[in-house]
Design a protein around this ligand. Structure first.
Ligand code: HEC
Ligand code: HEC
Length: 166
């Protein structure tokens, strides 16, 4: 191929690769933003099949209760489970919720959420939105990401509870 074609090819490849490398790398090294990961096998199995088993410390207890009361219509999916399994998972999530026991990480992510609000998404918490305001539309649209809820696409240690920002 001639020189111009080669240059164009390289530029196209870079344009495709660089934004995703950039956004994926930004969330990686350093820091200590720790949200205790799910360590119960039932919760990991039943709540980790379709997406990351989200840390209970990312939503208040009332949110988990509301979510567990309506698993038949779980963000458009049917995630229903037997009553004993629901009870087991709900107890686990509520005991470790963001507002259980005044943990440090909790107040951080719940900032801006009033007692009257029952957020069902982590990705609509004001604090979460603020932490992600620098992520561009193109970065969200990256096929490796697909959804804001796909934390592990950018936070490579999400499964282990780490969401570092630099
Ligand atoms: C059958 C698949 C499925 C199962 C099983 C499932 N979920 Fe989900 N969940 C979804 C889908 C789909 C969404 C919406 C994801 C999106 O917006 O990309 C979602 C979203 C969520 C969100 C909000 C994510 C955000 O945007 O902040 C939470 C929290 C959540 N699920 C918790 C749970 C819990 C707790 C369980 C276990 C009881 C569970 N999920 C089991 C499919 C499932
Ligand atoms: C498209 C990539 C992307 C996705 C998907 C994503 N994040 Fe992030 N996240 C980032 C980036 C980049 C930052 C750092 C922002 C900055 O540098 O200011 C960040 C920051 C954070 C922080 C703040 C860390 C700190 O230092 O306080 C938390 C917590 C977090 N993300 C949690 C999540 C959770 C939970 C999910 C899934 C529900 C998620 N993120 C999905 C890219 C992403």
């Amino acid at each position: 191929m001639d020189r111009r074609t080669a240059v164009r090819l390289v530029t196209t490849l870079l344009a495709l690769l660089v934004p995703s490398l950039f956004v994926l790398d930004r969330a990686r090294a350093g820091g200590d933003h720790f949200y205790p990961p799910v360590n119960d096998p039932v919760v990991a199995e039943e709540c980790g099949g379709c997406h990351l088993a989200f840390s209970p410390a990312m939503l208040p207890a009332r949110s988990w209760q509301a979510m567990m009361a309506n698993l038949e219509d779980h963000f458009g999916d049917d995630a229903s489970l037997s009553p004993p399994t629901v009870a087991h998972i709900e107890r686990y999530l509520v005991e470790r919720a963001a507002d259980a026991g005044g943990a440090r990480y909790a107040s951080r992510l719940l900032r801006g959420v009033t007692e009257a609000q029952t957020p069902l998404r982590i990705t609509t918490l004001p604090r979460w939105e603020r932490e992600h305001r620098e992520v561009t539309r193109a970065e969200w649209a990256d096929p490796k990401v697909g959804s804001k809820a796909n934390c592990a696409a950018c936070h490579r240690d999400a499964e282990r509870g780490y969401f570092d920002d630099d």
